[in-house]
Design a protein around this ligand. Sequence first.
Ligand code: NAP
Length: 311
Amino acid sequence: MKNILNVVILGSGCAGNTAAIYTARANLQPLVLEGHEPGGQLSITTEVENFPGFPDGIQGPELIQHMKKQAERFGAVYRHARVVHADLSKRPFHLELDHGEPLQTRTLIIASGASARWLGLPNEHKLIGHGVSSCATCDGFFFRGKKIMVIGGGDSAMEEANFLSRFGSEVTLVHRRETFRASKIMLDRARANSKIQFLTDTVVEDIYDAAKGHVTGVKLRNLKTNEVFDREVDGFFVAIGHIPNTKPFASQLDLDPDGYILSHGGARTNIAGVFHAGDVQDRIYRQAITAAGAGCMAAIEAERFLESEGH
Ligand code: NAP
């Protein structure tokens, strides 16, 4: 049969790029569909200081470019496209791209990530990497001795607030309700932390960047009293959840109630020949290095699967 690809990789973050390096080196000529956020979450990060091998740190977009170049060197092909429809009921799998083009592939590695949920404030997007962040582990270090604000009332917000209290001079946790979605243990831990103050029934209405391009403060509103007030802030961490990018597979793959792919062991999904890698399955670690490791696992599984099928 002609025009059937061996491997299609969805997503071009750390997971997708690593899967591309491994499958390309295995001579499988992978096609990488870069998705709607090429480079994934690293492409909106500034300095990455915790990826092994870069003692002086590296800019997120640069790290992604290196990975892509490395995969291309072994024959991976990248295309700026995403999948809008997939039929995984039979092999080869049938995919339809956003401009209507059909594709057929023997294996599929889903590394389409999870997008951070944002508040949707006017300045928010342009200040990402300039005081606004969705990842305390990635960016907390840059706010040593500074004023930090965390938004959210779930486990992520508690975890981020606790982590950030190691760096910041103070951490203010802002939540829109009085009660919390976070588990008791995580909430108790944050409450016991003397560096963390809680502002409940409060929403953020604006982020100020008087320092021309860097966060300097926020405008808040207390929903009970309607009082509007300002707070000085240097680091603004949004921890209101993530949205896994699994929409085209919703009715075919086993997903958890929030849409994350459920693993069926290793990098396997419930469908033979379809593998997962990175944040699309991982709601716990969400790190560049764990995503890269997962990309490697998915590539090895895909290679073995193809071999077992005689390709
Ligand atoms: P989550 O549990 O869905 O909580 C999201 C929080 O953000 C909620 O408090 C929600 O407020 C708030 N929120 C959502 N949209 C908002 C908006 N537009 N404006 C203001 N606030 C908004 O998400 P998560 O904390 O990321 O946790 C996701 C899952 O991962 C959970 O199952 C959690 O237990 C798990 N997790 C576990 C750990 C751990 O065990 N170490 C760590 C992190 C995450 P409302 O409550 O008012 O809806």
